[in-house]
Design a protein around this ligand. Structure first.
Ligand code: NOJ
Length: 583
């Protein structure tokens, strides 16, 4: 039986004294990106229009109407550029063209035009830290001698030790193994080494070289001229490396480790990187329509990350501290408070995100009642499996609470369907370089990249064409995938899709993104997170027992039936309108 813990009730709960002073006041600027909802499309897995098993630009265009129904302001497209696809397109061989796998530049223009007609901006992914080893600049550098200007576009160094057989320093690749690969000179003898913080097929550019700056300014203008709404900037903390490339004792990816604070990593967060973003912001300002830059920067703590969004730098930065908070009320309150404090200090919006193409989906993370995914980046069939029902209930509750937060929201395709990760993918289907470079020790990110289910009763759940053109999805879809199909959910008022549609529409109507935040002091229980944004009160029950609610009109719940007799069930969230004048 559900135990009810005593809490204050009714009037007391919504009295003026019941709320703390505002932690965050409503934003003054009304620029769209201060309160935006941006939906991430991972093109390979969104919708395949031609049945080759890989999603494409036409597939995205065909489904934009459905995305507009989520009250989004923009979509962010993960890379669709020419690429050998060794890292899902984050290995770019030509920054100014579309990979035939995804379509053509004309398809891209058609996508932007359709999005524009629906009031949706299109943000593209810029990958400036590294390119593909097949990029013409890298191929030219390989063919050129040591010390040449061609090699100067990348980080080539002589090796150490006898005959240069040891790498230039001890840095490790983010995907496992050394961050250096030795090249062969044209006569076949071993030559210099080049740096790659990621896969060996992703050589790092040398951002100390002005020619690299010029090349990327050209790329920015190419897409700005084509009408994009801005750029999500990949590994935006890594472009500049510390002078002399000193050895580093911390984790392979530059993260903190005892004795080695991440803030001192020589490959991340170097001061000079900010000069680049100031320049880019000034380029964007030459164009109309409030185009934006969003930093993908794994920087902690939050006040340091706020440096990326100072008034003359980027507009937004992903809030990974928020994403990584487990199902824990204390941690959630703390990360919300410290995020708003950090970003308010520089006058930037805080962003909120729960899932993306690099992490286990939040439905599966929150369903792991005994801890975090192994290695942080994948769940396999021999690992403890998430509890699907608990995971979905918590994911819906967490999303509903997030939608009431002031600032910008990022959604990842498929979360509006409540999709879990594929947690039993066969190893021979995996394609993430993390899996390949660690010999399977780390599973990698394929589990969250599974092609979406569109129609319950079609082959591949409607992802890869139909009838004669039906194809096989590039990653296998797990059993039961059709049960999450969009067409089923569109007909079901209790579905996750219906929740997202309703709540995001309310977020827009109530202007919650531009709103304020005050913590409620009413709940003696620390496992209930309660805050107010304007007239709306949000209660998220992260505990094991039902929680008594204040009086108010229910405007949204995370699942039907979670509020009964004034009590909010565990793993649930409610939005209440409280009476004017109260609080
Ligand atoms: C971050 C991207 O989100 C990830 O998918 C990619 O593998 C790395 N950057 C390298 O580009």
């Amino acid at each position: 039986m559900t135990e009810i813990l005593p809490v204050l009730h009714g009037e007391q709960l919504t009295s003026p004294a019941a709320f703390h002073e505002p932690l965050h006041v409503a934003s003054e600027g009304d620029q769209w990106w201060r309160s935006s909802v941006i939906y991430q499309v991972y093109p390979r897995s969104f919708r395949d229009s031609d049945g080759d098993g890989v999603g494409d630009l036409r597939g995205i265009t065909a489904e934009l109407q459905g995305l507009a129904e989520l009250s989004i302001d923009a979509i962010w497209l993960s890379p669709f550029y020419t690429s050998p696809q060794r890292d899902g397109g984050y290995d770019v061989a030509d920054y100014c063209d579309v990979d035939p796998l995804f379509g053509t530049l004309a398809d891209f223009d058609a996508l932007v035009a359709r999005a524009d007609g629906l009031g949706i901006r299109v943000i593209v992914d810029l990958v400036p830290n590294h390119c593909s080893s097949e990029h013409v600049l890298f191929q030219t550098a390989l063919a050129a001698p040591a010390g040449s200007s061609e090699r100067g576009m990348f980080v080539f160094r002589d090796g150490t030790g006898p005959d240069g057989t040891e790498p230039p320093n001890n840095w490790q690749s983010h995907f496992g193994g050394p961050a250096w690969t030795r090249t062969l000179d044209p006569d076949g003898t071993p030559g210099q080494w080049y740096l790659h913080l990621f896969d060996s097929s992703q050589p790092d550019f040398d951002w100390d070289n002005p020619a690299v700056h010029a090349e990327f300014e050209r790329v920015l203008r190419f897409w700005l001229d084509r009408g994009v709404g801005g750029f999500r900037v990949d590994v935006a903390h890594a472009l500049i490396k510390a002078e002399g490339l000193p050895d580093w004792g911390g984790r392979a990816d530059g993260g903190s480790m005892e004795g080695f604070p991440g803030s001192e990593a020589p490959m991340f967060g170097q001061d000079a990187v900010h000069t680049i973003y100031r320049r880019w912001r000034s380029i964007l300002a030459e164009y109309d329509g409030e185009r934006i830059l969003c930093a993908e920067a794994s920087i902690d703590p939050l006040p340091r990350l706020a440096d990326w969004v100072r008034a003359d730098e980027m507009h937004q930065a992903f809030n990974f501290a928020y994403l990584h908070n487990p199902w824990n009320a204390h941690g959630l309150r703390s990360v919300i408070s410290s995020s708003l404090a950090a970003f308010d200090t520089v006058g930037a919006p805080t962003t909120w995100v729960l899932s993306n193409h690099d992490v286990v989906r939040h439905t599966s993370r929150f369903g792991l009642t005994d801890g975090a995914p192994r290695g942080g980046d994948g769940i396999g069939s021999t690992d403890p499996q998430p509890d699907t029902a608990v995971g979905l209930a918590r994911a819906r509750a967490a999303s509903l609470a997030m939608f009431a937060l002031p600032g910008g929201i990022y959604l990842y395709q498929g979360e509006e369907l409540g999709l879990p990760d594929h947690t039993s993918m066969p190893d021979d289907a995996r394609q993430d370089p993390t899996f390949l470079r660690t010999n399977g020790e780390r599973l990698g990110r394929d589990g969250c990249r599974v092609p979406l289910p569109w129609r319950a009763h079609a082959a591949s759940s409607g992802f890869a064409g139909s009838g004669d053109t039906a194809g096989t999805p590039w990653l296998p879809q797990p059993e039961g995938w059709a049960g999450y199909a969009r067409d089923l959910q569109a007909e079901d008022p209790g579905s996750t899709l219906a929740l997202y549609r309703t709540a995001l529409q309310l977020r827009r109507d109530l202007r919650l993104g531009a709103g304020s935040l005050r913590w409620s002091r009413d709940f003696e229980r620390t496992d209930v997170v309660a805050f107010r944004n304007g007239e709306l009160m949000v209660v998220l029950n992260m505990g094991e027992f039902a929680a008594a609610l204040p009086e108010g009109t229910i405007v949204a719940t995370s699942m039907s039936g979670v509020v009964q007799d004034g009590l909010l069930a565990p793993d649930a969230c409610v939005w209440l309108m409280i009476r004017a004048g109260q609080g």
